[in-house]
Design a protein around this ligand. Structure first.
Ligand code: COA
Length: 432
């Protein structure tokens, strides 16, 4: 764009004026996870009386999600691609919708079944070439900017200016709302004896030179602290957190042996503390890109020795993995889990790991004969590869149902092994 500074100045506005352009019945996508433009979402909610039936499409909602509150039911309806802490109750009580989808396919929805009227996003201020950065959330947010008829951006000097495929020209934005505020942070996970044992078991499956994907939740992030003895690890991950910064500084993550984007850590969104956000700011060693690139299993597979590490809610004795619901109650979503499980399966030397504590707070087993009624199957029994608990590693790919059951029972909590064995015997022992 020729005179981008003039364009930018002419399109500066206030949050109240910008959200007043949204109309009843519009579909609005909100910038993802820690990239949520909280100031704009607050302005939208404050203007609720002006709208009826505004659909809000969002994935990992890390903000307050006030638009889900019962008193706004006539004004807003949330359509969640992933359930988060602030949206679970609305989804499970029927006030909000849940749309299952692979993260890699979310951007394509905006040009097919979920065409967008409005995108509310957050950007770092434009650079000298008139390019804004989508900072910590490029994922579907990039495509939302490209597809929405009205793009409203909170311009926040606290948003890190990330590089790669995260840049959009100022001309893509219709309304700029300058407002500085801390970017939402995710504190590092608590690491106790169970996480330590899981981390050590996973470390036994990771080799020098591997490229890692780390999923969402406490376990995948905790694992990093047990990889300090490895060399030349790489990152091609849907997201990463502070743990990666620590391993880069320790010289463990070098990305030197990566077969795709060597020398760079690749991600589509970031969740962590200010330490992470300072690290990625203007950092040419970090390559951020939209999720339909980063999570495309065919792109993932171009990394040799890709190891994906994700967590789950329950695994049954056939190796079916539920990572998103407790019975029929939706607590998260598929996210990028299956994108990476499949990408890892296609990667030369690749492996995928589902890691979890063996019990829910010591009370019930997460390894079960059958998934709870109403559960989603996130990773199918044909896709599953390794399952890890604090008691060991079960390798399921290529194993018969009988052998899978035995392998999973061997890594279940000892208190539950007898009843799991009883079920396995009744199912597989021809003398029964
Ligand atoms: N039965 C009953 N409750 C269970 C349960 C089970 N088998 N397993 C977990 N829970 C409960 C926990 O007790 C916890 O409840 P609380 O919030 O009341 O404490 C809640 O479910 C969340 O479980 P927790 O283990 O604390 O979650 P986490 O932060 O470690 O995340 C997943 C685990 C599975 C929810 C998370 O990894 C996920 O969403 N995965 C799917 C998406 C994905 O893998 N994406 C990968 C690329 S980013």
């Amino acid at each position: 764009m020729g005179d981008w500074k003039r364009y930018y100045t002419e399109h500066l506005t206030t949050a109240a004026e910008a959200v007043a352009r949204i109309q009843s019945g519009d579909r609005v996508a909100v910038g993802h996870a820690c990239g949520e433009p909280s100031f704009l979402v607050d302005a939208l909610v404050a203007n609720a009386a002006a709208y009826e039936n505004v659909e809000i499409v969002h994935m990992v909602a890390m903000g307050k999600a006030d638009y889900c509150r019962p008193e706004y039911a006539r004004h807003f309806r949330h359509n969640a691609l992933f359930a988060g802490g602030s949206t679970r109750e609305a989804i499970n009580s029927g006030r909000a919708d849940f749309t299952p989808c692979f993260f890699s396919e979310a951007p394509a929805l905006f040009s097919s079944t979920l065409p967008l009227d409005v995108a509310l996003v957050m950007v770092a201020p434009p650079n000298e070439h008139g390019m804004c950065s989508l900072g910590v959330s490029v994922d579907y947010t990039y495509e939302a900017v490209k597809q929405a008829k009205l793009v409203i951006a909170q311009v926040n000097r606290e948003m890190p200016f990330t590089l790669g495929g995260s840049l959009i020209p100022v001309g893509d934005v219709d309304c700029f709302v300058p407002y500085d505020a801390p970017v939402i942070q995710l504190p590092p996970p608590q690491i106790g004896p169970v996480e330590r044992a899981i981390g050590e078991n996973i470390a036994s499956l990771v080799r020098d030179g591997d490229t890692l994907q780390l999923g969402i939740g406490a376990i995948p992030d905790a694992v990093l602290s047990f990889l300090k003895g490895k060399h030349d690890l790489g990152i091609h991950s849907e997201m990463f957190s502070d743990g990666v910064v620590e391993l880069v500084e320790a010289g463990v993550i070098t990305n030197a042996r990566k077969t795709l984007h060597p020398g760079k850590s690749v991600a589509t969104f970031l969740m962590g503390t200010r330490r992470l956000y300072n690290y990625v700011d203007h950092n040419p060693d970090v390559f951020m890109a939209p999720v339909d690139y980063v999570n495309d299993p065919r792109i993932i597979a171009q990394n040799d020795n890709l190891v994906s590490i994700n967590s789950c809610v329950q695994v049954d004795l056939m190796g079916q993995v539920n990572s998103e619901s407790i019975g029929p109650r939706q607590i998260s979503g598929v996210g990028g889990q299956v994108d990476f499980v499949r990408g890892a399966a296609m990667s030369r030397g690749g492996r995928s790991i589902i890691a979890m504590p063996s019990t829910v707070k010591g009370k019930t087993s997460k390894i079960v004969p059958l998934l709870d009624s109403g559960s989603a199957v996130t990773t199918s029994r044909c896709d599953v590869d390794y399952v890890v608990t604090e008691y060991g590693v079960a390798h399921l790919k290529g194993a018969s149902l009988r052998h899978r059951a035995a392998a999973l029972i061997s890594i279940a909590h000892p208190d539950f092994r007898a009843e799991l064995q009883e079920y396995a015997r009744s199912r597989f022992d021809c003398n029964n």
